[in-house]
Design a protein around this ligand. Structure first.
Ligand code: WQD
Length: 339
């Protein structure tokens, strides 16, 4: 059975392709290369020894999506990563996000609806919870008004899947990621540094390697132990493995609900200063940082309740924050040596 991975040359997508291939799945990648490069395909092959099929398609092109599925009738499993994902950019350019993230999902689901059987995994985000009232965050925590058009496209995406599932015969799993970080320990794939990093860990590694003059810590006046905001940082390889577990659940477990939702995190919260301290300790690199004002739209605290993923999905994280920072640093040094 061949699995389609959309956005399979992206950060989480490429790590998931590696884990799918490690488990013997045949993979086809669709990517429009808007936030990735063909080098990632080589990186995947150097890790697994198998080159996935790849087609450069923009999922906003409805005819191209229809054409792809008519040429690949054997695809019944889809893991959908392809989406624009920069919170700040979504505020500046909401229509780019609504067109890209929503229309691509609709065109994919229209193709899956035609199949007698299909399995769909949707890349969602803890951002749908906004600032949850209770920690750790469970899957039944209320969905709050989105903090950004990006977050809204994830909420709308989930609602579309729930509505379509009621009148379709395919099963879906929505995976709500907390904060994915790190890189493959081989340093063959990682988070591509395209533009100025919006996220904390790539900014840390680029500061440590000298690409950025200093890290701005966005606020130390939050109501937390050290005043900086708390997140649940999950190693991207642990996250990738969760997608293989979810796909196997859809393939081999027949009495599932039409749509299942799982929070994917470590269950542990780390503040920005915790991450900086862990990075310095793990890598021996002193980090130049400065406390600045809060970033608009940031929440104070988010970390996952992992019981449902542990007990129902049968998955848990094995890698630590230190493992992820060590792997992110190794990847940063690899990029520097190859540029
Ligand atoms: C983490 C913490 C910042 C950069 C976003 C999306 C989420 C997902 C992950 C896509 C915050 C602080 C950051 C910096 C800092 N994206 N920070 N200096 O905002 O929790 O989540 O990315 O799926 O959907 O919402 O992640 O890494 O941007 O920030 O102090 O230069 O680090 O204020 O407290 P975030 P982040």
């Amino acid at each position: 059975m061949r699995v389609l991975v959309t956005g399979g040359l992206g950060f989480i997508g490429s790590h998931t392709v590696v884990e799918l291939q490690n488990e013997g799945f045949e993979v086809v990648i669709i990517d429009n290369l808007s936030n990735s490069t063909m080098d990632v395909l080589g990186g995947i092959e150097r890790i697994t020894g198998k080159k996935p099929l790849f087609e450069q398609i923009d999922l906003r092109d409805k005819l191209a999506v229809q054409h792809f599925f008519s040429n690949h009738q054997d695809i019944s499993g889809v893991i959908h990563f392809a989406a624009s994902k920069a919170v700040g950019e979504s505020v500046e350019n909401p229509l780019l996000y609504y067109e890209n993230n929503i229309s691509s999902l609709v065109y994919l689901l229209q193709e899956l609806q035609k199949k007698p059987e299909a399995h769909f995994i949707f890349s969602s985000s803890c951002t749908v919870y906004g600032q949850a009232k209770k920690m750790p965050i469970t899957e039944d925590a209320p969905i709050q008004v989105a903090m950004s058009p990006y977050g809204n496209t994830k909420q709308i995406g989930e609602e579309i899947i729930l509505d379509v599932a009621k009148v379709s015969n395919f099963k879906s799993i929505l995976l709500r990621y907390f904060n994915p970080i790190g890189a493959h320990p081989s340093a063959e794939i990682g988070e591509l540094p395209l533009g100025v990093p919006q996220n904390l860990v790539p900014f840390i590694t680029q500061t440590a390697i000298g690409l950025r003059e200093k890290l701005s810590v966005f606020g130390n006046d939050y109501p937390t132990a050290d005043g900086t905001a708390i997140r649940d940082y999950i190693h991207v390889v642990d996250l990738a493995k969760a997608h293989v577990v979810a796909l196997k659940r859809l393939l081999y477990n027949k009495n599932l609900e039409k749509v299942e939702i799982f929070n994917l995190g470590t269950g542990k919260g780390s503040s920005v200063l915790d991450v900086i301290t862990a990075f310095e300790k793990t890598t021996g690199q002193k980090l130049n940082y400065q406390i600045e004002g809060r970033r608009a739209g940031d929440i104070v605290e988010a970390y996952a309740d992992t019981q449902k993923a542990n007990k129902v999905l049968g998955w848990k994280t094995h890698l630590t924050l230190e493992d992820a920072l060590r792997d992110a640093w190794r990847w940063e040094k690899k990029i520097k040596n190859t540029n």
